[in-house]
Design a binder for this molecule. Sequence first.
Ligand SMILES: NC(=O)c1ccc[n+]([C@@H]2O[C@H](COP(=O)([O-])OP(=O)(O)OC[C@H]3O[C@@H](n4cnc5c(N)ncnc54)[C@H](OP(=O)(O)O)[C@@H]3O)[C@@H](O)[C@H]2O)c1
Length: 224
Amino acid sequence: MASPTTVLVTGGTGVLGRELAGLLEDRAEIRVLSRRPPQRPGFVQGDLETGDGLAAALTDVDVIAHCASAADYRRPRRDVAQTRRLLDALDGARPHLVYISIVGVDRIPFGFFQAKLDAERLVEDSGLPWTILRATEFHDLVLMFLMKLARAPVAVVPRGACFQPVDVSDVAERMVELVLGPSAGRVRELGGPRVESMAELMRSYLTAAHRRRPVLKVPLPGGA
Ligand SMILES: NC(=O)c1ccc[n+]([C@@H]2O[C@H](COP(=O)([O-])OP(=O)(O)OC[C@H]3O[C@@H](n4cnc5c(N)ncnc54)[C@H](OP(=O)(O)O)[C@@H]3O)[C@@H](O)[C@H]2O)c1
């Protein structure tokens, strides 16, 4: 019997990675990379910022599902450095690298998106078999934005800003197909079922949370 595919899930403790690792559990040999000491079998300790533990984590890996992110909007290039560190640690090995990116990274002039695009380019130029899936924002992230903006007495939202939020489990299911399939380059983007303005989303949130606030739309500077 062929041995199961060994998959390293970077960011396997995060919103997407957790879901993905759970779905892959019965279908592959899973290693979850985390900076924290292993909490259970299958977890490996490693740090994409310092490189500690990466060589061991990458030994005999067939596929890397690269879902880790510093999620640092002030220092967005940390994600580029982490991806470079991951590639450097491969030391000649050639696993299939599956990377999760964000819809619009090539069109929206935010530093975080530009860094994400640069990380995509590192993947594309790595010489490895690669697959990149761009997804829209997950519901969890949009909810976090809304909760933060609704803390003020007036909920200020950028005029014209829209989201097409997607359920993270839909993204994880698509990632499973990609991880277990052959390298496919840049695949079709994945978004949620509805495009909604931030003002509409804020009103829905306020209703659901039983909170009363005026919603004020303000213009967003720049080309976004
Ligand atoms: N959130 C969204 O709406 C959205 C939409 C489209 C695409 N994406 C992309 O999907 C990916 C996952 O997003 P997410 O929201 O699931 O992320 P998240 O919940 O913020 O999780 C981040 C993960 O990265 C790991 N990590 C951070 N720094 C690390 C380091 N130095 N070394 C090793 N691991 C490190 C963390 O692991 P430990 O803390 O355990 O070390 C954690 O598991 C990201 O690339 C993101 O850009 C996200």
